[in-house]
Write a new protein. Structure first.
Length: 536
């Protein structure tokens, strides 16, 4: 993480492009000879703000620096607590007595309560739907077209009841009339308290069957003829739900979440003097919860290194109070639970020093462990989950050995621009005010991002001189050279990407070294190329 967002060493790639292009613009239409060109100088100054994102750097009162990083570990939302399952409701009306019905006449009217297929003791009284739909099928034995008006009285949108009015074809001797269509439920509100508003999970429907008013004559409807209405709630995703969610137990994991703080670190070792980490739970769900973290581990998939947290929080019940609904904006007042891990009460430094790219967790969750103490007023908003955050503060007091960072840069050098360049050198002049040595490597990558050549870099950037207090008191000058042969220059035209590697090693080992806000590296780059001038 120490240099996980390094940006400014991209100047090498830009300089290769710029200097090679510059040198070729000097070609004149004259007899052929070789000449040497000292290309313009590039100057830059690198501070820690160039090496890292400003958002992760903070300055301590003594001007030393620390890194602050936050990562979500896992969230528990409405889909984790429960789902409104796909449910098919059937309404079947059988004609009790034969009759003759005139065009436009009603022959069927019915009010019904229908219960959703919700289990595990969940008692819902209200839901607002974000997305989902109703699949409707209607079968009719009537030998004339009929109009069915189906109202789901429990479903309203902007105050209007969900009403479906459709015409069903006439039945024949061999098969019933049939109709099917899908209806969008987005943004509908569901009152699930039934006809008398004392139920749960219960919809109210009202249906009327009418003979087509455009029928040419009255129709005979026989006893035993049926109207069957099937309506299926499919893929219903609630935005908000209220009720009693039951006393339920859930198990999550072992599962992983990606962790990108160390993505560019590809090797070496790091020893941190101090790490302060907190595991924070933010509950936006209106239920009381008891959480047990059975495992919190870090894993580096590049080298298969693994470490598990040792701390009293592992395996111990954590009681988290329910959030409170505000009926305003924001909709929820979160409740919080905080746990601190330090190098003195845990092995948290071991979890971070292996440069993990994954966090592994395993959690048990019990909701409403004390029962229905809310009086059926549990709630959950889809956008307000129970969140678990890992917050990391790392004072930059460390020991680094060959801490290797890698960055890949898109690269495209036109062969026409360098066809007259014969050979040359890139020189890097560095005034290093940081307390670490830095070794450079530069690889050429093909279109498949495979290394096909490594350019030679002579020497390294030496650490600044540190005093007895382990602070840099004087920068150190270093000169690095990168010789480029004719074949190297030609290979540059084949490269699609450049892979830059920098390995850092701190001075005054095995002592921990602090990094201060005024530390910097001044860099000057010069190109010395030999090219061929062609003439008449």
């Amino acid at each position: 993480m120490i240099f996980a967002k390094l940006k400014s060493y991209q100047f090498i790639a830009l300089f290769i492009i710029g200097t090679l292009t510059f040198s070729c613009k000097k070609i004149l239409d004259k007899p052929t000879w070789d000449t040497e060109l000292l290309a313009p100088v590039i100057k830059t100054t690198l501070t820690l703000n160039n090496l890292l994102s400003d958002s992760v750097i903070q300055t301590n009162p003594d001007s030393s620096l620390k890194l602050v990083y936050q990562s979500d570990v896992f969230n528990i939302d409405v889909d984790s607590i429960f789902k409104i399952p796909d449910t098919t409701l059937v309404e079947e009306y059988v004609i009790p007595l034969s009759s003759t019905v005139a065009p436009g006449g009603s022959f069927y009217s019915n009010n019904e309560e229908k219960e959703l297929n919700v289990s595990n003791g969940v008692e819902l009284n209200y839901a607002k739907i974000e997305s989902g739909y109703i699949d409707l099928e209607i079968f009719s034995d009537i030998k004339e077209k009929v109009i069915v008006n189906l109202k789901i009285l429990s479903a309203t949108k902007n105050g209007d009841t969900l009403s479906i009015v459709e015409t069903i074809d006439a039945a024949t001797v061999s098969q019933p009339g049939y109709f099917t269509l899908q209806y969008d439920l987005s943004e509908y509100e569901l009152d699930l308290t039934g006809l008398n508003h004392n139920e749960n999970n219960t919809l109210v429907t009202y249906a009327i069957g009418t003979v087509d008013p455009n029928a040419s004559s009255s129709v005979n409807i026989n006893a035993g003829d049926k109207i069957i209405i099937n309506y299926s709630f499919v893929d219903v995703v609630p935005f908000y739900v209220r009720g009693y969610f039951g006393t339920q137990n859930y198990h999550y994991g072992p599962d992983t979440t990606l962790y990108d703080a160390f993505n560019r670190i590809k090797g070496g070792t790091l020893d941190l003097e101090q790490v302060d980490v907190s595991l924070d739970f933010e509950n936006g769900i209106g239920v009381d919860a008891q959480l047990i973290v059975n495992q919190l581990s870090s894993f580096n998939s590049n080298n298969a290194q693994y470490a598990s947290l040792n701390h009293s929080v592992i395996g111990s019940p954590i009681n988290i109070n329910r959030a409170q609904e505000t009926h305003s904006v924001p909709e929820v007042n979160y409740t919080y639970y905080h746990n601190d891990f330090t190098t003195s009460n845990s092995n948290i430094d071991e979890l971070l020093e292996l440069f993990p790219n994954q966090l592994i967790y395993e959690v048990d969750l019990a909701i409403n462990p004390l029962g229905n103490i809310s009086g059926n007023n549990d709630f959950v908003f889809k956008k307000h989950p129970l969140k678990t955050n890992l917050n990391i503060e790392m004072p930059l007091s460390l020991v680094a050995n060959q801490l290797t960072l890698v960055d890949t840069i898109d690269f495209n050098l036109d062969e026409e621009n360098i066809k007259n360049v014969i050979e040359g050198n890139l020189f890097v002049y560095a005034e290093n005010g940081f307390p670490f040595d830095a070794v450079f490597n530069l690889d050429l990558l093909d279109a498949n991002q495979q290394i096909f050549k490594t350019l030679q870099v002579n020497n390294y950037i030496a650490s600044g001189l540190v005093n007895a207090s382990l602070k840099v008191e004087q920068p150190t000058s270093s000169v690095l050279s990168m010789p480029l042969s004719t074949s190297d220059i030609q290979d540059l035209t084949l490269a699609k990407k450049l892979q830059l590697k920098i390995a850092f090693t701190t001075a005054a080992q095995p002592n921990f070294i602090k990094i201060y806000s005024h530390y910097k590296i001044d860099i000057k780059v010069v190109a010395d190329f030999v090219y061929q001038v062609n003439g008449n």
